[in-house]
Design a protein around this ligand. Structure first.
Ligand SMILES: Nc1nc2c(c(=O)[nH]1)N[C@H]1C(S)=C(S)[C@@H](COP(=O)(O)OP(=O)(O)OC[C@H]3O[C@@H](n4cnc5c(=O)[nH]c(N)nc54)[C@H](O)[C@@H]3O)O[C@H]1N2
Ligand SMILES: Nc1nc2c(c(=O)[nH]1)N[C@H]1C(S)=C(S)[C@@H](COP(=O)(O)OP(=O)(O)OC[C@H]3O[C@@H](n4cnc5c(=O)[nH]c(N)nc54)[C@H](O)[C@@H]3O)O[C@H]1N2
Ligand SMILES: [Mo]
Length: 812
C-alpha cells in the first residue's frame, strides 16, 4: 500500500546535500531490530524511513532552508494536494468559502481567529491541505473492510489508512473473521447503550474529545456523560494547553488569554515563545509581518530558528507573492534551552527591577497596588536569583537576556504568546505564570495591545472547555447544569488522558469512547496505551477517516462515521450550523455546504443523541428534539453558560460575539480578587549527566497532528524522511555520530524504565547543545506512562531524557 506521493517539496535545489546510503543499502536490513512483539493493531516494530507517513525507501535529503515562509512554495504545495485528492475545483472554491463571516465554515486547521477586515483572503496553505484532506473524493466502504482484515490493515502505515478516504457507514468489529462488518445505526447505538448500562459504575467508562467538536455537540456530549454519571472527560487539551489553562486560572482567575486580534495589531513588543508559526498557525505570519512593518519589536524564543521567525511572504498578499516580496517577521531570535523559558522571563523581570531603582516608573505602581497580590515577594524572589543561574537555566547569555529586557522596557504595549514549546514541559504551569508575572509588572494586561495570548491548537479546543469538557468541572457550572437540565451531575473529578490510560491498565476502565481524534497515536507511550485500549470491553471511535485507533480496539469495537465540518448538516428543522470559539474567545457560526461524503453519515450531535437515548432510556432530556434544530441546544446553553446569553441572536451577528473574559477588564476572579504573582522557584531543567539530551517531539510542516500528508518538512529542508533526530553538530561529534547515519535513541523515564527507537537518521541542525528534536507521533513510544508534569498532568512531549548513539543493529 506504499505511496511515494509527496504533497510537498523543498524549494530550489542549489546546494542540496543528499545524505545517507542509496535506497538499496537503506532497505538492506536483514532482520527487525527489536525482538519486542508489538501490540496487535500497531505496525510491527521495524524501522521505517517514512515513520507513520507514506511507506518509502526512496532517496531522502536534508539541507538548510533559506526562503521566506509561505509564498509560492506554499501555493505549489497546495496545488499538489488538491490534485491528489482529486478535488482541484472544489478545493479552490472551498478556499474562498473558508473563514468568511457569513454562511461559511470555520477552517478546521487551527484556532487562529478570522481576519474579518476588508477583502483579505484569510487562508493558508495548511488550512487548505486540512480541508481538502476531509473533502477527498476517496471512500472507505463495506467492500473495503470486507477485503482487508484488521490484522492486515495493522501493517499499513497511518498515512495509508487515512489516505483511503472518508468512512461511509457504521462498522462493528467481528472477532470471528477479524473484519469490521456493517451495522445499522440503531444496532450500533444499542450496543453502546447495553455496554454502558451493564457497567457496575459509570466511572468505568471514559469519553475522550479531540478539539474539533462544535460547541453544540460538545454541550450534548458532556450532558450525556454527566447524566450517565461520570466526569471522565479526557480531551486533547490534557496533552496540549492544560498547563496554560491552569496557570492563567491561578494567576488571573480565568483560564484563557485576554487579547484579541486587534491587540495583536496594536502591540509594540511581541514575544513569541515555542510556536512554529509557519507550519502550525500560518495565519499568524500575517500578524507577525504586520507587527514588524509598523515597527514593533518581534522576539522569537525557540531552541530552533523556525522559518516563520525570520521572513514570510504574507499568505494573502497576492501582489507580494507575485513579486516574491517578503517581509521580516522578527527582530530577535533567542535560542533558549528546552524548558529555559521561565529563566528567560525571570531574567527580564530582573532587569526591570534593576531599572526601577533608577526609574521607578518602569513599574506600573498604580496597577500593582490596586490589582495584584504578592508583588513584594516576587521582587525578592527575582532579586535573589543570580545571573549565573538564569544564564545556565535559560541557555542564553546575560547580554541576550538584557537585550530582550530592553525590548520589554521600551514597549508601551507588550503581548506575549506561546504554544506547546512552553506548555508541554514539567514546569509548564510555572512558566506560563512567570509570563503573567512579567506582564503584570508593567500593567500589560487588560489594556489595548497587551496581555497573554496562548496559541491554541485544535480549531475548537477552547470552545470544548467553555462548553463543559472538563474532568475537573467547577461547582458553579455543575449547579447551573443541574438546575437547567434537571440532572444530578457527579461532583467527583473524573479521569484525564493520562489517568484514563492508567485505569485501562488497572482493569478499571471498560468502555472508551473517542469523539474524534486518534487516541492511540496522540497519547504518550504508544505500546502501553495500545495495551490499555486492548483491555477495554468496548471501544467506540467517532471519526471521519480510518486511523490507528480503529485497529487497536477493545474486545468489541465500533467505528461511527460522522459529517465533517465542511459538509451540509440537514436535520428535521432544516440546515444546521454549529458554533465554534477561536483562540481569542470569539464565538461564531460554521456552516458546511458540501454534500456529505455518504448518505449514511450522521452529524456529531445526532450520534451523541443516539448513544444517549440508548444509554439512558428513561432520560428526561429531549435528545431527539435537540437534534432536530440546534437552536434548541443553543437556547439551553444560553441558560447554563455564562456569557452565552441570547446565544442564538448574537451568534448570528456577522463576526459572532466575544465571550466575556473578566481579566480583560482587569476583574480577576481569584481568591484575593487580584491578579496573583506566582513565586515558583527556578526549576533545574539541565540533565545531571552530559550524556543525556533533552528531546522534543514536534510536527513537520506536512502533517496535522497524527495525520501525515507526506514525508517532507519543507521549512526544515527535509525530504522523504520522518524517522530522524535533529542534533547539535557538537553533540554528534562527541558521540561519534556521522551526518545522516542511523542512531539508536534510548529514553529513561521518571520511573527508571527505558524505551528505545532504532535506526533513526541523525541530522545536524542549529539547536542548542544538549537538546534534540524529532517528530510526533513516531517518537511517542519514547514517552513513558509516568512521564507527565506534576503541575498539569500533561505528558512531557517536549522534554524526553534520551541517550543517542550510533546504531548497533545489524544491517546498517
Ligand atoms: N498544520 C498544522 N497546524 C496545526 C497542527 C498541526 O499538526 N499541523 N496542530 C495544531 C495543534 S493541536 C496544536 S496544539 C498547535 C501546535 O503548534 P506548535 O506549538 O507550534 O507545535 P509543535 O510542532 O509541537 O512545535 C513546538 C514549537 O516549540 C518549540 N519548542 C520546543 N521546546 C521548547 C522550549 O522549551 N521553549 C521554547 N520557547 N520553544 C520550544 C519547537 O522548536 C517548535 O517550534 O498547532 C495546531 N495547528
Ligand atoms: N509526542 C507528542 N504527542 C502529542 C503532541 C506532541 O506535540 N508531541 N501533541 C499533542 C496535542 S497538542 C494534541 S491536540 C493531540 C492531538 O490528538 P487528537 O486530537 O486525538 O488527534 P488528531 O490527529 O487531531 O485526530 C485525527 C483524527 O480525527 C478524526 N477527525 C477529523 N475530523 C473530524 C471531525 O470533524 N469529527 C470527528 N469526530 N473526527 C474527526 C479523523 O478520523 C482523524 O483520523 O496530540 C498530542 N500528542
Ligand atoms: Mo493541540
Amino acid at each position: 500500500m506504499g505511496s511515494d506521493d509527496t504533497a510537498d517539496t523543498v524549494e530550489g535545489d542549489e546546494g542540496t546535500v543528499e545524505h545517507g546510503p542509496r535506497p538499496e543499502a537503506a532497505s538492506d536490513r536483514s532482520a527487525p531490530t527489536s525482538e519486542r512483539q508489538s501490540v496487535p493493531g500497531l505496525m510491527s516494530d521495524t524501522p521505517r524511513q517514512g515513520g507513520t507517513g507514506p511507506a518509502t525507501d526512496g532517496r531522502w535529503s536534508q539541507r538548510p532552508y533559506h526562503h521566506p515562509a509561505a509564498g509560492w512554495g506554499a501555493a505549489a504545495s497546495v496545488m499538489r494536494v488538491l490534485a491528489r485528492e482529486r478535488a482541484p475545483v472544489k478545493g479552490t472554491r472551498a478556499m474562498f468559502d473558508m473563514n468568511h463571516a457569513e454562511r461559511s465554515y470555520d477552517c478546521p486547521g487551527c484556532a487562529w481567529p478570522d481576519d474579518t477586515k476588508g477583502l483579505k483572503l484569510d487562508i493558508c496553505e495548511n488550512g487548505i491541505k486540512h480541508v481538502t484532506w476531509e473533502m477527498t473524493g476517496k471512500r472507505v466502504d463495506r467492500e473495503f473492510f470486507a477485503a482487508h482484515s484488521v490484522s492486515e490493515l495493522a501493517e499499513w502505515t497511518d498515512f495509508d489508512l487515512e489516505n483511503q478516504g472518508r468512512l461511509t457507514e457504521p462498522m462493528v468489529y467481528d472477532a470471528a473473521t477479524d473484519h469490521y462488518v456493517p451495522i445499522s445505526w440503531a444496532d450500533a447505538f444499542e450496543l453502546v447503550g447495553t455496554e454502558l448500562r451493564g457497567l457496575d459504575d459509570p466511572g468505568q467508562a471514559s469519553f475522550y474529545t479531540s478539539g474539533r467538536l462544535g460547541n453544540e455537540a460538545t454541550f450534548l456530549y458532556q450532558l450525556m456523560v454527566r447524566e450517565y454519571g461520570t466526569n471522565n472527560l479526557p480531551d486533547c487539551s490534557n496533552m496540549c494547553h492544560e498547563a496554560s489553562g491552569r496557570a492563567l486560572r491561578a494567576s488571573i482567575g480565568t483560564g484563557k488569554g485576554t487579547v484579541d486580534l486587534h491587540d495583536w495589531e496594536q502591540c509594540d513588543a511581541l514575544f513569541v515563545l515555542g510556536v512554529n508559526a509557519a507550519s502550525n498557525a500560518p495565519r499568524m505570519l500575517t500578524a507577525l509581518a504586520e507587527a514588524h512593518e509598523r515597527g514593533a519589536d518581534v522576539v522569537h524564543v525557540n531552541p530552533l530558528v523556525e522559518a516563520g521567525s525570520t521572513r514570510t511572504i504574507v499568505p494573502h498578499e497576492f501582489v507580494d507573492m507575485a513579486r516574491f516580496k517578503s517581509t521580516p517577521t522578527s527582530t530577535m531570535n533567542l535560542q533558549v534551552r528546552p524548558g529555559g523559558d521561565l529563566a528567560l522571563m525571570r531574567g527580564i523581570a530582573k532587569v526591570v527591577f534593576e531599572r526601577a531603582r533608577e526609574t521607578p516608573d518602569v513599574l506600573d505602581h498604580e496597577f500593582l497596588e490596586s490589582s495584584t497580590h504578592g508583588f513584594e515577594e516576587y521582587r525578592e524572589l527575582v532579586e535573589a536569583t543570580s545571573w549565573d543561574e538564569l544564564v545556565a537555566q535559560s541557555g542564553l547569555s546575560e547580554a541576550d537576556i538584557r537585550r530582550a529586557a530592553e525590548v520589554y522596557l521600551r514597549s508601551e504595549r507588550a503581548l506575549i504568546s506561546w504554544c506547546l514549546g512552553v506548555s508541554q514541559h514539567e514546569h509548564g504551569v510555572d512558566t506560563v505564570r512567570e509570563i503573567v508575572n512579567l506582564l503584570l509588572l508593567r500593567g500589560n494586561i487588560g489594556r489595548e495591545g497587551a496581555g497573554p495570548s496562548p496559541v491554541r491548537g485544535h480549531s475548537n479546543v477552547q470552545g470544548n472547555r467553555t462548553c463543559g469538557i472538563d474532568h475537573r468541572p467547577g461547582t458553579e457550572f455543575l449547579d447551573r447544569l443541574a438546575e437547567v437540565c434537571r440532572i444530578d451531575p457527579p461532583r467527583e473529578h473524573g479521569l484525564d488522558t493520562v489517568r484514563s490510560i492508567e485505569a485501562m491498565h488497572a482493569g478499571e476502565l471498560k468502555v472508551f469512547v473517542g469523539m474524534g481524534g486518534n487516541f492511540v497515536r496522540a497519547a504518550p507511550d504508544t505500546e502501553y496505551t495500545a495495551e490499555g485500549l486492548r483491555r477495554c470491553e468496548l471501544t467506540v471511535q467517532i471519526s471521519t477517516k480510518l486511523n490507528r485507533s480503529h485497529l487497536v480496539h477493545g474486545t468489541k469495537a465500533l467505528i461511527l462515521p460522522c459529517l465533517g465540518r465542511t459538509e451540509l448538516d440537514e436535520q428535521r428543522g432544516g440546515k444546521q450550523s454549529t458554533s465554534v470559539e477561536d483562540a481569542m474567545s470569539m464565538v461564531h457560526l460554521s456552516s458546511g455546504r458540501k454534500r456529505p461524503a455518504s448518505p449514511l453519515l450522521l452529524s456529531e450531535p445526532a450520534i451523541i443523541a443516539g448513544m444517549a437515548r440508548a444509554t439512558l432510556p428513561d432520560s428526561a432530556t429531549p435528545w431527539e428534539w435537540y437534534v432536530e434544530d440546534y437552536d434548541r441546544i443553543r437556547d439551553v446553553m444560553a441558560q447554563v453558560l455564562p456569557g452565552f446569553e441570547d446565544f442564538n441572536t448574537r451568534v448570528r451577528q456577522p463576526s459572532g460575539f466575544r465571550i466575556p473574559q473578566p481579566a480583560r477588564e482587569r476583574t480577576f476572579h481569584t481568591g484575593s480578587g487580584k491578579a496573583e504573582f506566582c513565586h515558583a522557584n527556578l526549576p533545574d531543567v539541565i540533565p545531571d549527566s552530559a550524556d543525556v539530551l533533552v528531546l522534543q517531539t514536534m510536527r513537520s510542516h506536512d502533517q496535522w497532528n497524527t495525520t501525515i500528508y507526506s514525508n517532507n518538512d519543507r521549512y526544515r529542508g527535509v525530504r522523504n524522511l520522518r524517522e530522524l533526530i535533529f542534533l547539535n553538530a557538537d553533540d554528534m561529534r562527541a558521540r561519534g555520530i556521522e551526518e545522516g547515519t542511523p542512531v539508536d535513541i534510548v529514553a529513561t523515564s521518571k520511573d527508571g524504565s527505558q524505551r528505545s527507537l532504532h535506526e533513526y537518521r541523525a541530522i545536524s541542525y542549529d539547536l542548542p547543545r544538549g537538546s534534540a528534536a524529532g517528530y510526533m507521533p513516531e517518537m511517542n513510544g519514547l514517552i513513558g506512562a509516568a512521564d507527565y508534569s506534576v503541575q498539569s498532568d500533561q505528558p512531557l512531549m517536549k522534554s524526553i531524557r534520551v541517550r543517542v548513539e550510533p546504531s548497533t543493529s545489524a544491517g546498517m
